[in-house]
Design a protein around this ligand. Sequence first.
Ligand code: KG4
Ligand code: ZN
Length: 348
Amino acid sequence: MTEPLVLGIETSCDETGVGIVRGTTLLADAVASSVDSHARYGGVVPEIASRAHLESMIPTIERACKTAGIALDDVDALSVTAGPGLAGALLVGVASAKSLALALGKPIYGVNHLAAHVCVDQLEHGLLDQPSIALLVSGGHSSLLLVPDVTQDVVQLGQTMDDAAGEAFDKVARVLGLPFPGGPFVDAAAQEGDPTAIDFPRGLMTAKDLAKHRFDVSFSGLKTAVARWVERETKAGNAVMVNDVAASFQEAVVDVLMRKAIDACLSQDVGTLVIGGGVAANSRLRAVATQRCADHNITLRIPSPKLCTDNGAMVAALGSELVRRGREASQLNFGTDSSMNVAKVVVR
Ligand code: KG4
Ligand code: ZN
């Protein structure tokens, strides 16, 4: 029997993503980004994002179907990001997916964007180990998760107390005069810099912090330390060594994330770490994760950079896993949930 064909739609932020998968095989991953329209504002403008989703939705669906070589009629089920994300942006994706489900008479799954960031790895590295530890690092979230079953059992071990990891990258990029979104630019600058040049603080790593916040992270102090450092150097009339600041900042983020992630694996006795979300595209995080997981005999899984940032394939991957496991679909009247809890995988 051929495996079911699932079309997934993602519109939680500024990418209109349509992915098509059969089982765990990726057939198409069409993405239309509105990032250039937001760049001059230094952040995503919700109204602009919603409008861009409206304009891109049909062309992106058509492009995905063409790449996959399928007709919409062939689709066995639909999945769509129901949350978390920008309320208006989510509505465009959910309304589009519901219309398709209704017109085609196919089941629909309203899914959690965060679980989708974890599940996408299945498209490249096969079914997830049960349980896995997931380090989820994106522009809006930073969490350490225990994942016994990505379709219904996701437990949050820790989260950020303030800024998300990607948000910290974006804010530091702005301080350094780098473009939006900052992550990839900080990553590139850091490759030319010295990560030991400046000893920036590691948040929530003292014994006292660890007693209360073992798996939580905090990047706001680090972000402020970078801003102060740049301010001091500028006042003193020194040229700011952007590459060194970027590398030292990035090192502090990566060091803390990986110490907490390895601790989570060891303390929970889980042998697999999967990293997902936009910041998982970071070259230094990937390198340090590879090294430290090898040191501790932990199997590391990170999707290729293109699948780490927001896309439709991740939503289709989770939809496909829900179908494979025979999970119940959503009712057609499900709503969006802009602050959807990470423990909730599907809205019903
Ligand atoms: O998962 P994602 O595409 O969207 C959200 O769900 O938030 O993550 C976007 C975030 C942005 O903050 C962006 O700066 C960051 O991921 N990012 C990176 C890199 N590529 C994207 N951060 C660090 N290094 C990168 N190479
Ligand atoms: Zn995301």
